[in-house]
Design a protein around this ligand. Structure first.
Ligand code: MG
Length: 166
């Protein structure tokens, strides 16, 4: 059985914060504002995995009202999500992601970000891809006020214990 999942996230950009994508810090004058470390890509990937496996969403599992997740390392949250997904018998076939921001350029960091995600998710880097897009100067991302991320994943299971509803 195979299932797809989609995740989306947006974070405001603010001076004095780190700009993190998939656990990789990119040198920039601003970074993601958030209750956690604000890693917009880690959040979108987490939601894609949770969506595909119907195990909830990150707002539900790691609520921003909970002080436990203050300044949390989002890659640890992603590893926690992956452990839940794996426990249900799912394996990741591939993961495809889009980052939308006016600056900085994402392409120079593609390889290191894909490697970082692949390591956290125990897959080879060729199963992960990432594109950077601008927003043509439009909207919050276009004005440099925010960064957005989309992630889509495909999961497969060979677990005989998984019940397929007919
Ligand atoms: Mg978020």
């Amino acid at each position: 059985m195979i299932r797809t999942g989609i995740g989306y996230d947006l974070h405001r950009l603010k001076k004095g914060r780190r700009f993190l994508l998939g656990g990789v810090e990119i040198p920039f004058s601003k970074g993601e504002l958030g209750h956690s470390d604000g890693d917009v890509l880690a959040h979108a990937v987490s939601d894609a995995l949770l969506g595909a496996s119907a195990l909830g969403d990150i707002g539900e599992l790691f609520p921003s009202s909970d002080p436990a997740w203050k300044d949390a390392d989002s890659m640890l949250l992603l590893r926690n999500v992956y452990a839940r997904v794996k426990q249900q018998g799912w394996q990741i076939v591939n993961l495809d992601c889009v980052i939308i921001c006016e600056k900085p350029k994402v392409l120079p960091y593609r390889e290191v970000i894909c490697n970082s995600l692949a390591e956290a998710l125990e897959i080879t880097p060729d199963r992960v891809f990432l594109k950077g897009k601008t927003s043509e100067g439009l909207g919050a991302a276009g004005r440099g006020k925010a960064v957005e991320a989309f992630a889509m994943c495909l999961l497969e299971t060979t677990s005989s214990g998984f019940q397929v509803k007919q």
